[in-house]
Design a protein around this ligand. Structure first.
Ligand code: MN
Length: 259
């Protein structure tokens, strides 16, 4: 049977990951390779400056002293008996919507799988603890992906609402309105400290977005592309290189002459 790799950013012992493993049990040889402790909001960090250790914590279940992306990198590039045909990250405890996906360890694990050429899905439960229900949604989507594959350099970011969903909707990422401020406080010794990300997010127009689908009680499926190039900006900024080179090249020529 084909090898499937499951991971998360809430840690190898999280209930969301266990639910995912149960749901995917019969789809293939399921391997769990996940951080030994919670790594939420770690982004796409890789551990390059210390060795990674892998502890076996159960049958085909392993704890890694690293990040979700480390786990996927290890799993895809040789730790597993064969290359996985699918990477699924989750079920995350809490949503990964809109601009917040750039911070997400869950989404980054799926990015790592995608970069390494393996179809990958990130799954998050917006709130509550009904991880089994979210894992069933993930299974349904995964079965489809295993048949059809995914467009190049594209992963699926799935968010499941707290209540049983009315449907499954394809969405684009929503955008936050940055109206919140940092929170400045004094500790008992009179020193100042700060909290960031403490406010309730506000969102731009919800129409067609992941947040909009969740708001309406649907599952949101957003295809995310890993090519961060703004292709339209290549045209819009067309004059930029000309303007820069007008200043850059004479300086370079002058330097070459004086050498
Ligand atoms: Mn998390």
């Amino acid at each position: 049977m084909a090898v499937l790799l499951l991971t998360n950013d809430d840690g190898v012992h999280a209930s969301g990951l266990a639910a995912l493993a149960r749901a995917f049990d019969e789809l293939g040889d399921v391997y769990v390779l996940a951080p030994e402790r919670e790594q939420s909001a770690c982004g796409h960090a890789l551990t390059l400056h210390r060795p990674l250790r892998v502890d076996r914590v159960g049958e085909r279940r392993f704890a890694v002293n690293g990040t979700p992306s480390d786990c996927v990198n290890l799993g895809v590039l040789g730790f597993l008996p064969e290359r996985p045909v699918l990477v699924v990250a989750g079920v995350n405890h809490g949503s990964n919507l809109g601009d917040d996906v750039t911070y997400s360890g869950t989404v980054s694990a799926a990015m790592e799988g995608t970069l390494l050429g393996v179809p990958s899905i990130a799954v998050s439960l917006v709130s509550g603890t009904e991880f089994d229900r979210a894992a069933q949604v993930a299974r349904l989507i995964a079965m489809r992906v295993l048949v059809t594959g995914l467009p190049r350099k594209t992963l699926l970011n799935v968010n499941v609402p707290a209540q049983p969903a009315g449907g499954i909707r394809l969405t684009r990422l929503g955008h936050r309105v940055y109206s919140e401020k940092i929170v400045e406080q004094a500790d008992p010794r009179g020193r100042t400290h700060y909290w960031i990300g403490a406010g309730e997010p506000e969102w731009e127009d919800l129409h067609g977005t992941d947040m909009g689908a969740i708001h309406d009680g649907d599952v949101s499926v957003t295809p995310l592309h890993l090519d961060l190039t703004n292709h339209r900006a290549l045209d819009q900024l067309g004059d930029l290189s000309g303007a820069l080179n007008a200043q850059f090249r004479p300086a370079a020529r002058k330097r070459a002459r004086s050498e």
